[in-house]
Design a binder for this molecule. Structure first.
Ligand code: CO
Length: 502
């Protein structure tokens, strides 16, 4: 098994071209070897497995990320501009069935036929033909690459600036853009970070938002029942520009952290940069919490601290306070527009760190404290703890304890005691988001399994690692016959996608 034991120190390995130093647990060559086009769409039982898949693990891991990074010899400027490719790994009776499909949006089909990029990318990918070909072309291409959820009978591939794309949950065949049953208009957006309320107000709800940003920003909050029907919505306007990638949810509040950023669209309009490359930290700026009630009542706006947040972990109510765990960066981790993403210097970027904000709703104070200093991203809690106080957090972390570095390990942190367990894929493995599959028969907060797609630098291909959630002991490693670039988010579903036995 490629798994290394908890907290084991990895053999030092160095980025190509840098002097040997135990500070490095990886080589940049291995990291970069994940960047390429996914060349096949396949389905079949996984044959190469180390260890034993727990027979109680029944359901499907869905996962999305960029799968097309080059067309006609031209690479994307940043992998986040790559077209979405959805992976499904179904588990039944100790076996695993894998299927992968590109999300066939209208733009994807157009570019496939043309054999080149026909659209600009938000992260700086330009159409062929230089500035003149790109200036004033403000069309957005729905790349459907950020997340995938199973809700209301549909599998939805999500990208935050456009409509969801509906897929067949079993075959992954693209069905087309979804208006969520007529709730969204054809040009609407739907965040890639919906939150699932497991039933704190009586029944499960999928809650999501749409942001319209400008000198004033509008947030539309929408709630859907398990059949996909809209049960509640509201719209609120706030002063100032906002970039909101994620939010947090409690039984009574939708919690938004508006980062102190500003947006100068001129280089985008003039064809020199992608829209996301025009975001900047607002010097001396502080963020704000925008708290929107999930029923009648006005939003509450409270000052937050400096720094930047992409992702929240969870939030809950405690008396007259709201507690929000998030991954904070000291500053907006902006990548130099001129830099080749394959040469990114991890050490020069601020690390993401798990922090807790406690907001006193009566007096308007906020306290912030660090829960873990280790560089992390993609943190999660047990789905039934969404909106409730949690004790355990699972997250992707760097192998080293300080500074920024690629995510190579999975950590389980007990936030009450500070105890942590680590499973590491270093030196040649690179983890992605840990997804928790709850145990079907045990209700404990850490009963179940952690699933993560791991780039195996030795095999130049992707593995799925199954860890026991309680102690991160590896159960099985699936060697997929696929090479999937470093990607984004996914979810667990109890749906069975495996073919029925012959
Ligand atoms: Co995200």
């Amino acid at each position: 098994m490629t798994a290394t034991a908890a907290d084991q120190q990895a053999a030092p390995n160095t980025p190509a071209g840098t002097p040997a130093s135990p500070a490095y647990s990886y080589s940049q060559t291995d990291w970069n070897s994940a960047y390429g086009n996914v060349t096949t769409e396949l389905e079949g039982w996984v044959e190469s497995i180390e260890g034993t898949i727990p027979p109680e693990l029944q359901g499907t891991l869905y996962r999305n990320g960029p799968g097309r990074l080059e067309r006609g010899g031209q690479w994307v400027h940043h992998p986040f501009d790559g077209d979405g490719m959805v992976l499904a790994v179904g588990f039944r009776q100790g076996r695993a069935y894998v299927r992968n499909r590109f999300v066939r949006t209208a733009a994807w089909l157009e570019e496939e036929a043309a054999g080149r990029w026909c659209y600009r990318g938000v992260f700086g990918t330009q159409k062929p033909g230089g500035i003149l070909a790109n200036a004033l072309d403000l069309r957005l291409k729905n790349i459907a690459n950020t997340n995938v959820i199973d809700w209301g009978g549909h599998l939805l591939a999500l990208w935050e600036a456009a409509l969801p794309t509906s897929l067949d949950p079993v075959t992954l065949a693209t069905q087309g853009p979804s208006t969520m049953g007529g709730v969204l208009g054809p040009q609407d957006a739907f965040s890639a970070h919906p939150r699932l309320d497991p039933g704190h107000n009586g029944a499960p709800r999928l809650v999501n938002f749409r942001l319209k940003a400008g000198p004033r920003s509008t947030i539309r909050l929408m709630e859907f029942d398990p059949q996909g029907q809209l049960t509640y919505q509201r719209q609120d306007r706030f002063q100032g520009f906002a970039f909101l990638h994620d939010f947090a949810l409690t039984p009574n509040w939708a919690v938004f952290l508006r980062n102190a950023l500003e947006f100068n669209p001129l280089p985008y309009v003039m064809g020199r940069r992608g829209a996301a490359q025009c975001l900047r930290s607002r010097p001396g700026g502080r963020g704000e919490f925008w708290l929107i009630p999930r029923c009648a009542g006005a939003p509450v706006i409270l000052p937050a601290t400096e720094g930047f947040v992409f992702h929240h972990v969870n939030a809950w109510e405690e008396g007259a306070s709201l507690v929000v765990d998030s991954i904070h960066y000291a500053d907006f981790p902006m990548v130099d527009p001129a830099e080749d993403f394959r040469h990114v210097a991890f050490d020069q970027l601020p690390p993401g760190q798990l922090e807790r904000c406690t907001i006193d709703l009566i007096h308007g104070h906020m306290e912030r404290r660090r829960l873990s200093g280790r560089c992390c991203e993609f943190a999660t809690v047990h789905p039934r703890r969404q909106g409730q106080r949690h004790r355990h957090v699972w997250m992707a972390v760097a192998q080293r304890e300080t500074g920024n570095a690629p995510l190579q390990a999975i950590e389980k942190l007990d936030v009450d005691t500070g105890q942590r367990r680590v499973w590491s894929a270093a030196p040649r493995g690179f983890v992605s988001e840990p997804v928790l599959a709850p145990h079907p028969h045990h209700a404990a907060e850490d009963a179940g399994w952690i699933l993560s797609l791991v780039w195996n630098g030795a095999r130049r291909a992707s593995d799925v690692v199954i860890l026991r959630a309680a102690d991160l002991q590896p159960q099985a490693v699936l060697h997929l016959p696929l090479a999937i670039p470093h990607g984004l988010h996914g979810t667990w579903s109890t749906r069975d996608i495996t073919p029925t036995a012959p």
